[in-house]
Design a protein around this ligand. Sequence first.
Ligand code: 5RP
Length: 224
Amino acid sequence: MTQDELKQAVAAAAFDYIQKYLDDDAVIGVGTGSTANLFIEELAKVKQKVNATVASSEETASRLKDHGIPVYDLNSVNEVTVYIDGADETNEYLQLIKGGGAALTREKIIAAVSKEFVCIADGSKWVDVLGDFPLPVEVIPMARSHVGRQIVKLGGDPVYREGVVTDNGNIILDVHNMSIVNPRELECQLNEVVGVVTNGLFARRPADILLLGKESGVETITAS
Ligand code: 5RP
């Protein structure tokens, strides 16, 4: 199977997973990226049954609205029932690296308020140790050099993502060459650097369930 077929398989599995929520007052959080986009296509098939969604990016909000699916501001809902989103890497504890699509801050906010976070990923995203994928960090533009110097002190090589402005008006530094053996600690250390808005480690609030697409089928994994 191709990577795209594996993404399609996990998007369909996520659609099956959320069936139990569709007929009540559920608010569905929808992530950003190519896997999340395939999930949106699935959701569109039953759009009349979708009570409400919240979106982790302007791009996702626009795709949902194009299908006629109701999108709400996060401040106008009491809670998010279930959040479906992809990832750039996951380990066995369902700690993630996210932000390849530069949407990490809104993704982390939705993950924080969601009762359940379901990550959907093709098998290539599974790793023993996080960090092969460069870790995205969203930074206030005027703090770019300062944050870069602090990241070097933490052992990483920050690279400015040229031409990218986040939905929040900020820039992204991608941190290369870090073997992230303690994701919770690094997540906190990066958050403490003045000028950092968010980093793409989802370790303090990992996913609850991972739907992992493999040649043998979609595996449902809970944190070990
Ligand atoms: C966007 C993300 C995405 O979930 C992540 O980049 C995975 O993307 P894809 O589904 O295209 O592989 O974090 O900010």
